[in-house]
Design a protein around this ligand. Structure first.
Ligand code: ZN
Length: 424
């Protein structure tokens, strides 16, 4: 049985998967420094990667252009010119010292599917557009989803004034790259031009691997809320203040953090909570901490779920602070809505997964993706691909060739059987 699967894997691998992995490897050589992968927005590497990707798009039978924010765009006409499109895509910027699959897998797989249609001379009753988003990670200007926001028409012009680490503004960087910052609006598309937006992406988590599945159907891109918490008690001598009389801010924070973990662990519907930063003052071995700051990041697959969870967490933190006689200060530092994948699209993804012989498994995306911006002009769906050990944003990020092939076959089947949403 396993031998047979291995053989099937081998046979399939010789087609789409091989081409995809070859291109992933080629793209990964375009990096700020040799030895690790770093490809940042509006750099010479961005330019080189865009040229390479556009050459693949052209070979796949697409017309190509670089849009006003530096996204690479390819279009494969349908049976007639100027039909609305099914848009596919992902990003081709990276974090620092990145893995090579996060972003490029979805982009390159989409191009490979179009190349396959083109080889067969197959035209569909709609156009296919493939977009490589120029900046999703937000490494350079600490502002994410720049490429997809430009396409969705929600690019906030005020970010043009933000500066990178060297003090250069985004406006200046765009001009030096050869783009016109006053014409970013030209990249924007409108709802009627798109039938849907579908993105294939590595899972970046361990769930598909644990279920022994190559692909998964994404239910929603989880919204997130981040809060900064400050607890103030009373600093004091570590030797002289009896335990019962202390107002220790750090032990208060510790109790809050344990409670956040407990609440999230007891939830079986996808709630996750993280305290990633803590700082106590005055911060000396022999002094009772008078103040503690910590952050929390809470995510859930629906907005209601997240809101309910955050208010319960806040209620419990308030109770802990009160009992310990600590002053509490809470600040919301970030909140973004949940982006649900459209049920009609999800059904078509599930049908393609099943038809390719895989179990249909649904999971939410805890990480953010370009669909968070694209939802403003199109219904969104995502396909997740298993990655080894759930490791991402790290050079050890890895997708097996057989999984790259299996997911490409799912996407190709999905495209060929795609039916636009019925009006009404
Ligand atoms: Zn990504």
């Amino acid at each position: 049985m396993s031998e047979m699967n291995a053989q099937t894997g081998e046979r399939k691998a010789s087609s789409l998967g091989q081409e995809i992995v070859g291109q992933i490897n080629a793209l990964a050589t375009i990096s700020e420094n040799p030895g690790n992968l770093t490809r940042i927005f509006l750099t010479p590497e961005h330019r080189a990667a865009a040229n390479l990707i556009m050459s693949w798009m052209a070979e796949a039978g697409m017309s190509t252009h670089l849009d006003a924010i530096g996204n690479v765009c390819g279009r494969y006409e349908g049976k007639r010119p100027r039909l609305p499109c099914l848009m596919l895509g992902s990003h081709y910027d990276t974090v620092r010292d990145a893995g090579k699959w996060d972003g490029p897998l979805g982009l390159i797989t989409a191009i490979s599917c179009v190349a396959d249609l083109n080889r067969r001379g197959r035209r569909l009753p709609f156009a296919i557009e493939v977009v490589g988003f120029a900046d999703e990670e937000g490494v350079r200007f600490a502002s994410t989803l720049l490429g997809s926001r430009a396409i969705a028409g929600t690019f906030n012009e005020s970010v043009l004034a933000t500066k990178d680490g060297s003090g250069k503004t985004m406006r200046q960087a765009l001009i030096e790259f050869g783009l016109d910052p006053d014409h970013i609006g030209a990249a924007a598309r409108v709802r009627g031009e798109l039938l849907a937006y579908i993105e294939l992406h590595i899972e970046q988590g361990p769930v598909l691997e644990a279920h022994n599945l190559p692909v998964g159907v994404v239910t929603a891109i989880a919204g997130a809320k981040r809060l900064a918490v400050r607890l103030t008690g009373m600093a004091g001598h570590a030797g002289t203040v009896p335990m019962a009389l202390r107002r220790d801010a750090l032990t208060g924070a510790a109790e809050c953090i344990s409670r956040i973990e407990e609440l999230c662990r007891s939830d079986d519907a996808g709630l996750v909570g993280t305290v990633g930063y803590i700082h106590a003052t005055p911060g000396a071995t022999n002094v009772i901490p008078g103040q503690a700051h910590f952050t929390m990041d809470i995510r859930a697959p629906t907005d209601n779920h997240r809101k309910r969870a955050v208010s319960e967490i806040v209620r419990q933190i308030e109770a802990i602070a009160k009992r310990r006689k600590l002053e509490l200060h809470l600040d919301v530092t970030h909140e973004n809505r949940t982006v649900p994948c459209a049920p009609w699209l999800k059904q078509q993804v599930a049908a393609a997964v099943a038809a390719e012989g895989h179990g249909v498994f649904e999971l939410p995306s805890g990480a953010g993706h370009d669909g968070m911006a694209m939802i403003d002009i199109a219904d969104v769906a995502m396909i997740f691909v298993r990655c080894r050990g759930g490791i991402s944003h790290h050079p050890d990020e890895h997708v097996d060739l057989a999984d790259a092939d299996a997911s490409a076959r799912v996407l190709l089947r999905l495209i060929e059987n795609f039916r636009p949403r019925e009006a009404g």
